[in-house]
Design a protein around this ligand. Structure first.
Ligand code: AVJ
Length: 369
């Protein structure tokens, strides 16, 4: 707790401290393949269409979602262990300190929905603190990685129903899984949407507002939303975090080209592109690019694309939000703060939000400790 600041907290009722449970192997994992393996959430996303369209833009760009095939998810896991990559470490520190207070706000029998669950490692801090969580619905775009990540959860949390959903959570409109759970009597507690890792930063502010609104709609009026957001502004910290000494982030970025080669019959020469991290102080975002070392042509699905020397493909945005700016963003989407937590270095924040009451979200008392 010492190194973590809670900037403000308005408790409904401070529920009793709950000890961490676990160790009994009675949880349920719903059978794989998950319900929507063939038809991911919402519209079926198309890698081919995104890549071909993206390579015809003046500033070539490919959505960062496509970085996360199985290999990309593994490489991202390696990034989270790097000295330079502080977000995972700082957020984990926050969650360790505040999980019990979040659990108190969530109450018993919570149903946890996680967006872009990846390794589900941070989720364990939350699940461990919650009072008899009923169900866990991790949503991730990499089916195999998702399956591997949730495999051991049943042995850790007694009575927890684990329902993995393969899909692109950005296209989520509704979660039929909630209806299934309700029918099975497994939806009695509060819906807790867990969105850690600063994944929100991968969207433009406009997209982020739209996503937070959509979350509000599918999660329901009583939902709690826990969002991790990076608030770092110092390029001397940011650039190494996205361009590490060992070159893991470079490999993560270039894996996109390897994936395009493999899945879309392309002939990218991985050695002819450099990984680059840029900070745009105006938009307050880190950008990842793949920069062509020389003029070249690349074939993708029978189409030919030209690169000038120095021309790049923009592969990721990672927006950084000051506390005030994130609060404005959340308010525009109809969410209001219940708690906000910041790490000791003041680099990262965990925002605990509730659905704003009517008229709320305009007038806010911000007290930053
Ligand atoms: C997990 C997507 C939030 O933007 O910081 C890490 C991805 N990219 N290093 C981030 C990432 C390069 C990460 N997100």
């Amino acid at each position: 707790m010492s190194a973590v600041l809670r900037s403000f907290f308005t408790s409904r009722s401070a529920a009793a401290f709950k000890p961490v449970r676990g160790g009994i192997a009675t949880a349920t994992v719903y059978p794989f393949p998950p319900l929507r393996s063939g038809a991911p959430l919402g519209l079926s996303p198309s890698f081919e269409r995104d890549v071909l369209d993206g390579l015809t833009l003046r500033q070539k760009a490919i959505a960062s979602t496509w970085l996360y095939d199985h290999r990309g998810s593994e490489l991202f896991e390696q990034i989270t262990q790097l000295d330079e990559y502080y977000p995972t470490r700082n957020e984990t520190q926050i969650l360790r300190a505040c999980a019990h207070e979040i659990a108190a706000a969530a109450g018993p029998r919570a149903l946890v929905i996680e967006l872009g669950s990846g390794s589900s490692r941070k989720t364990r801090l939350l699940l461990g603190a919650l009072d008899t969580p009923q169900a866990y619905l991790p949503i991730d775009i990499s089916a195999q990685f998702l399956q591997e990540s949730v495999a051991e959860l049943p042995s850790l949390y007694a009575g927890l129903r684990v329902m993995p959903v393969v899909g692109d959570f950005t296209r989520i409109e509704s979660l039929p899984e909630l209806r299934l759970l309700r029918a099975a009597g497994g939806d009695a507690g509060r819906h807790v949407v867990f969105f850690p890792g600063s994944t929100i930063g991968n969207f433009t502010p406009e997209q982020a507002v739209a996503l937070l609104r959509r979350i509000r709609r599918f999660a329901g009026a009583d939902a709690l939303l826990i969002v991790g957001a990076d608030s770092t502004r110092d390029p001397a910290v940011l650039i190494p975090a996205y361009d590490d000494r060992e070159g893991v982030t470079a490999e993560f970025n270039k894996n996109l080209l390897a994936r395009i080669n493999r899945e879309l019959d392309a002939d990218f020469d991985l050695d002819a592109f450099d990984h680059q991290a840029r900070f745009d102080p105006l938009q307050q975002r880190v950008e990842m690019h793949l920069v062509s070392r020389h003029a070249q042509r690349v074939q993708v699905r029978g189409r030919s694309f030209h690169f000038e020397a120095g021309e790049s493909i923009h592969t990721e945005n990672s927006y950084k939000y000051s506390l005030a700016r994130f609060q404005q963003l959340a308010a525009r989407a109809g969410w209001t703060h219940l708690q906000r937590w910041v790490d000791g270095q003041a680099r990262f924040a965990v925002h605990v939000l509730e659905v704003a009451a009517r008229g709320d979200g305009r007038e806010q008392n911000v007290k930053v400790a």
